[in-house]
Write a protein that binds this ligand. Structure first.
Ligand SMILES: [Zn+2]
Length: 113
């Protein structure tokens, strides 16, 4: 019998399977950058600014520290990008630090076989 945690996770997964569908499969690690959103007439999806002076930096749709170098968001302004990298991404990096170390150790071990 599944634990209450597993049952709750199953419900959440079923919910997302039922209500969300991948519209376009994304192929990452191709060596080419893929840009989300229009580069012209930008609007930040978080704060709704349209000031073109606030879209100078390249905003990664997923944090770069988890390996994303190619999926770039055109709808995230510099202020929100900086705020997320300083707060949420910093916390996520610290939270997943041990998993990252373990993953690298397993990868290093597997490459020696
Ligand atoms: Zn913004």
């Amino acid at each position: 019998m599944d634990s209450p945690f597993s049952q709750e996770m199953r419900k959440m997964i079923d919910f997302y399977d039922e209500h969300y569908h991948l519209s376009t499969p994304l192929c990452l690690n191709t060596g080419r950058k893929l840009y989300l959103g229009n580069k012209e007439n930008r609007e930040c999806r978080f704060c709704c600014t349209t000031d073109p002076n606030l879209f100078k930096m390249e905003a990664h749709a997923f944090p770069e520290f988890i390996g994303n170098r190619e999926l770039i968001s055109n709808y995230e302004c510099d202020i929100c990008n900086e705020r997320f990298s300083r707060t949420i991404e910093d916390h996520l990096a610290k939270y997943t630090l041990q998993a990252g170390c373990t993953r690298r150790l397993v990868a290093a071990r597997d490459s020696q076989r």
